[in-house]
Write a protein that binds this ligand. Sequence first.
Ligand code: MG
Ligand code: MG
Length: 257
Amino acid sequence: MSIRLKTDKEIEVLREGGRHLAELLKLLSDKAVPGVSSADLDKVAIEFIKGKGDKPAFLGYKGKYDKEAYPAVICVSVNDEVVHGEPTRSPRIFKEGDIVGIDAGIIHAGLYTDSAVTVPIGKIKKDVAKLLKVTRKALEIGIEAAKIGNTTGDIGYAIEKYVKPFKFGIIRELAGHGVGYAVHEDPFVPNYGKEGGGVKLEPGLVIAIEPMLNLGSEKIYLAEDGHTYKTEDGQFSAHFEHTIAVTESGPKVLTSL
Ligand code: MG
Ligand code: MG
């Protein structure tokens, strides 16, 4: 594992980029209404990113286990799709009662930020609304734990402890990560963990924290398209993510407005 800490100057640049990313996610969330498709959002995203003079971070991304480079600008994951839904090849048209996970990454002045939200389409079921609320809160709780003296395990522990009473499935295979010079860097930041486990949080550490919770079982599988993760039991899944910096004055959210 090699963790590369960021300088104060780099964190400032990441904050600028993170603000653009927050504006993008706000715009896409507002556009996500019945009748609009995942491909429509992808188009809006590329125009916005280019308009800011930034670059999309996911387009062309190829992870260690990916069969091909990622062909779209953002990830759009609907209902039982957990994350990494590819928006353009078989576009999903949103309908009332859906939930849509929108995950985006941008490169601003050479530095990467990563953030995601899950938005309801019109009126959603009560248990699904609860899932969204708890996942969003789990992110907040994870961020609060990202302070000097704590470890990545403390972040996961805090999230897991908060989520447990709700009995939502916490995904094990996918996790938060270091970010900044690339989309995915060390360390691994799971949404479960042991107090004091993992690696120490130091000033200059920039990580994406991203709880992914399922209404039902924690079990997921990789769909045939090679990108999209889905819940095994077909129940809905939610995802919220921020890029944050660990600083002397506490965790600093970089991807907010
Ligand atoms: Mg992301
Ligand atoms: Mg991420």
